[in-house]
Design a protein around this ligand. Structure first.
Ligand code: NAP
Length: 412
């Protein structure tokens, strides 16, 4: 019987069990082991096949009786299969995963000068794959190397940038390892990070019109290849796309924006009920954090002071994954809130007819008038939104169902 799992040091945030659940009905357990425990576990552990992650990919190599070509070249093993004679076969499916990621992106790397940021385990696999695909020259940028972050200007002609560092990864969302404006010829960015879906590096690439892809495809593709080795069964090539779409939808938040009174909290509750997603409400979070209601803060301290608090609350909520989030009506008035939401969310605009919007208990709607506010903000709502959902106010369940179906169907 096939029995699999993942060997590493800290595995609490791993997506591997979920990915392998898509791939087969074999058990997939998490095994957290220290470096001292690795040898005994690899030789005698209760598995027929196992994945290996940080920090043991090199540690396990000496215990293998057979290595694949890529494992030998990279000196790194992330997939082990127990052979019928009791021996252990080690492979490195990260190389395959990154190759598939590049193919899926449509970004050409052949003949392109490529910078790989970071010199850790993933970097070695990425460089091996890039060289096989014909990228040249491939330069490793390391904090302590000859090519480092202090002399990047010598590589301003780079065409492809790969982030193989943890900079920008959850919970450290936001920062980028390099400023892409230094590379005017850059034609493609790969970020191995998949949480958040769009790192600071990817958000900048998007603004500069540079095609960019996150590491989810690599993660899933290497798991598909591992599963083939575990079970001996070849998978249909479309399975990777399917799993990536399903995970991308599940991991991204659903953020509801729209005019005050457009039904954001009610629809969020319905989405929570239908999907089991955890719900967050920025106004409720502001009350929790400050002890004051938004209307009180606006009346006492002014709208600017309120907006600053709102952005901080939004930052904390939106860096999490898989939530449904109801926002305050004015989040779109601060341009910086776009990246905060867009980094890890699908943004849904609730479109409720003007005559159904009430200003009761809403100081800004009251002072400006609902119609004037609508005219002032509508363009912004449309600019922020990925999709729009009509809410006539009578069928909240249908609106919630429409949002979930549209986003899931599009793999968003
Ligand atoms: P690692 O072995 O710890 O190496 C990361 C490298 O990044 C380090 O060797 C270091 O290189 C550089 N680095 C670390 N902290 C940095 C900082 N604060 N600023 C700049 N550079 C820093 O980790 P890894 O296994 O290579 O993983 C790297 C990233 O890839 C992680 O985010 C991981 O989650 C991701 N990853 C994704 C997949 C996937 O399937 N999508 C697979 C593997 C890894 P220098 O000291 O040379 O600068």
């Amino acid at each position: 019987m096939v029995s699999c799992g993942l060997l590493g040091a800290k595995l609490i945030h791993s997506y591997s069990p979920e990915i392998h659940a898509f791939l087969g009905d074999y058990p997939y357990e998490l095994y957290e082991k220290s470096a001292e425990e690795v040898e005994d576990f690899v030789l005698h552990g209760p598995f027929t096949g196992i994945n290996v992650t940080i920090p043991h990919k090199k540690t396990v190599v000496p215990f293998m009786t057979e290595l694949s070509e890529t494992a030998r070249r990279t000196g790194s093993v992330n997939t082990i299969v127990r052979l019928p004679d009791g021996g252990l076969y080690g492979d490195n499916t990260d190389v395959y995963g990154f190759t598939e990621m590049v193919k899926a992106s449509g970004i050409e790397v052949k003949g392109m000068k490529t910078l790989v940021l970071g010199s850790g385990g993933a970097s070695v696999s990425v460089i091996d794959a890039l060289k096989t695909m014909g990228a040249a020259p491939v330069i490793t940028v390391s904090r302590s190397g000859g090519d480092n972050y202090g002399n990047l200007d010598r590589h301003s002609d780079a065409k492809i940038i790969v982030n193989a560092t943890p900079v920008g990864m959850y919970p450290g969302n936001g920062p980028s390892p390099v400023d892409l404006s230094m590379f005017p010829a850059c034609a493609g960015v790969f970020d191995l990070i998949y949480n958040p879906a769009r790192t600071g590096l990817m958000l900048q690439a998007e603004k500069l019109g540079i095609p960019a892809m996150n590491g989810l495809y690599m993660l899933v593709a290497q798991a598909v290849r591992s599963s083939e080795l575990f079970t001996g069964n070849k998978r249909d090539s479309s399975i990777t796309d399917k799993i990536v779409r399903a995970l991308d939808f599940r991991m991204k938040n659903i953020v509801l924006i729209g005019m005050p009174g457009s039904g954001k909290s009610l629809i969020a509750k319905k989405i929570k009920a239908f999907s089991g997603r955890e719900m967050a409400d920025t106004d409720a979070e502001i009350v929790k954090t400050t002890g004051r209601r938004p209307s009180e803060i606006i009346e006492a301290d002014g709208e600017e002071a309120f907006r600053a608090i709102e952005t901080e609350v939004l930052k904390n909520i939106c860096k999490r994954s898989g939530l449904v989030i109801a926002t305050g009506g004015g989040v779109v008035t601060r341009p910086e809130n776009y990246d905060v939401m867009h980094q890890n969310s699908n943004i849904v605009l609730l479109d409720r007819p003007l005559d159904l919007l009430s200003s009761k208990g809403r100081p800004i709607s009251k002072s400006k008038g609902v119609k004037a506010l609508y005219e002032e903000r509508w363009r912004l709502y449309e600019q922020f939104a990925d999709i729009k959902a009509k809410n006539d106010g009578y069928r909240a369940g249908a609106v919630a169902g429409y949002v979930l179906k549209t986003l899931e169907g599009a793999g968003k």
